[in-house]
Design a protein around this ligand. Structure first.
Ligand code: FAD
Length: 405
């Protein structure tokens, strides 16, 4: 936390809420505040074009889609997204379909994150005339433990330093943002490192299956996930910190073919690799998610490695709670939502963390090189594939239906 006083001249402004970061979390909070006629400003370091194209997540859980729909934010999503009802495990050369919709009543909606971000920016800035500032530099937060916190930044066009005094700051700036660093030193940050990497790939190729495919293989885990009729996401387990350059086109496709092969499985359609990056699989949870008048949401507060596709959904869960709590506070002075915000988020946050860790053992057991983990993994997989009770519990966790949504 540093004061904005280092700049030579500072222009002063006032807004009820400053939202740092225009990802799914920040933009959802912004749209809720705008709809409640609460004055707010969104600050984003990147350009609009950049955030509308940044490829990341692609699976929205049905409860999240319905919550966006209730707020009038899911029009294009519902028109364009494909719904998935099943996933498939491939293990020891066999295919096992898992019908999670039949078991839970809920589906996934395949909607690439850049499309959701595009819709949310349009709804907030173009349709509702909301204030969003792109390309900001050197964002700093100050006086968070007072009733008059402020956020300052450098305007990219003029180089002027601006300070916005406000009532509350929404820290929605993701895993590498600045707001988490403003939490006091005694904040608990719980961490888990899986000790593995995933090579995250986007291929210019149509999906090769009608559902998500998890390939559990001694050579390493692999996954197939549709993104659009033209683009498919693939993952390949690799050593943490591996260099994507170690994975030329031929090696990637050879590994995908081997790790996703199973009796009766159709061939994979290959295509140009348009994204290739190594993600080290690790999670963290900041608890509590607030300090003074700073409220963290989404990846700023907790990271869930993409093992169970929870990150974007959790970001939306936080944002829906935070948006409503800020609106109640700013419109009528009701502080109860804000004071209970962190405690309201935590059950789902930890449920998804635990589920990701649990699923990780299934996905990576066969390649762990540890016969005990492999044996336990086989038992786990057999249980969800043969016990209706275990299958129903898995389905609810997988689709995020577990906390009453
Ligand atoms: P972000 O989307 O990271 O948004 C934060 C914003 O803040 C960014 O626009 C950033 O530019 C901006 N920012 C950063 N620093 C500052 C600053 N100092 N000042 C102002 N702005 C700043 N999740 C799923 O649910 N399903 C999936 O299938 C899935 N797959 C994934 C695949 C990959 C390869 C990756 C990387 C992630 C995946 N995730 C998935 C996770 C998901 O993308 C994140 O959880 C989600 O983006 C979190 O949203 P957010 O709004 O909290 O943060």
């Amino acid at each position: 936390m540093t004061a904005a006083s280092s700049a030579t001249s500072v222009s002063l402004e006032r807004s009820r809420v400053v939202i740092v970061g225009a990802g799914p979390a920040g933009l959802t909070v912004a749209n809720i505040l705008r709809a409640a006629s609460v004055d707010c400003v969104v600050l984003e370091t990147e350009s609009r074009e950049f955030i509308e194209q940044r490829p990341r997540a692609g699976f929205l859980e049905e409860w999240a889609v319905r919550a966006l729909e209730q707020r009038g934010l899911a029009g294009r999503l519902l028109e364009r997204a494909q719904a998935h009802s099943e996933c498939e495990f491939r293990f020891a050369g066999e295919r096992h379909r898992f019908p999670y919709r039949e078991l839970s009543g809920h589906r996934h909606f395949v909607y690439p994150q850049p499309l959701l971000v595009t819709d949310l920016v349009r709804a907030y800035a173009d349709d509702a005339g909301g204030d969003i500032r792109f390309g900001v530099r050197d964002v700093e937060l100050d006086a968070l433990d007072t009733d008059r916190p402020s956020v300052s930044y450098t305007d990219p066009e003029t180089g002027t330093r601006l300070r916005i005094d406000c009532d509350a700051v929404a820290g929605c700036d993701g895993a590498r943002g600045v707001t988490r660093t403003c939490m006091p030193p005694d904040t608990t940050i719980a961490r888990h490192d899986y000790g593995i990497g995933w090579l995250a790939l986007l291929a210019e190729a149509p999906p090769s299956s009608d559902c998500v495919v998890f390939g559990i293989h001694p050579r390493g885990f692999a996954a197939h996930m549709a993104r659009s009729p033209q683009v498919t996401r693939y993952y390949l387990e690799c050593p943490p910190g591996d260099d994507p350059e170690n994975w030329p086109h031929e090696r990637v496709w050879s590994e995908l073919h081997q790790r996703l092969s199973a009796q009766g499985a159709g061939p994979l359609t290959e295509g140009r690799l348009i994204e290739k990056r190594v993600l080290d699989m690790h999670n963290y949870v900041v608890e509590p998610m607030s300090y003074g008048r700073l409220y963290l949401a989404g990846d700023a507060a907790h990271l869930a490695a993409p093992i169970a596709a929870k990150g974007m959904n959790l970001a939306l869960h936080d944002a829906l709670l935070l948006g409503d709590a800020l609106a109640a506070y700013c419109s009528g002075g009701d502080d109860s939502g804000l004071s209970g915000y962190s405690a309201s988020c935590m059950p789902r946050v930890w449920q998804d963390q635990e589920f990701s860790q649990w699923l990780s053992e299934i996905l990576h057991g066969a390649s762990s090189g540890d016969p005990f983990r492999e044996g336990a993994m086989t038992a786990r997989l057999r249980r969800i594939l043969t016990s209706p009770t275990a299958a129903a519990a898995f389905a609810e966790l997988f689709i995020g239906k577990h906390t009453g949504h």
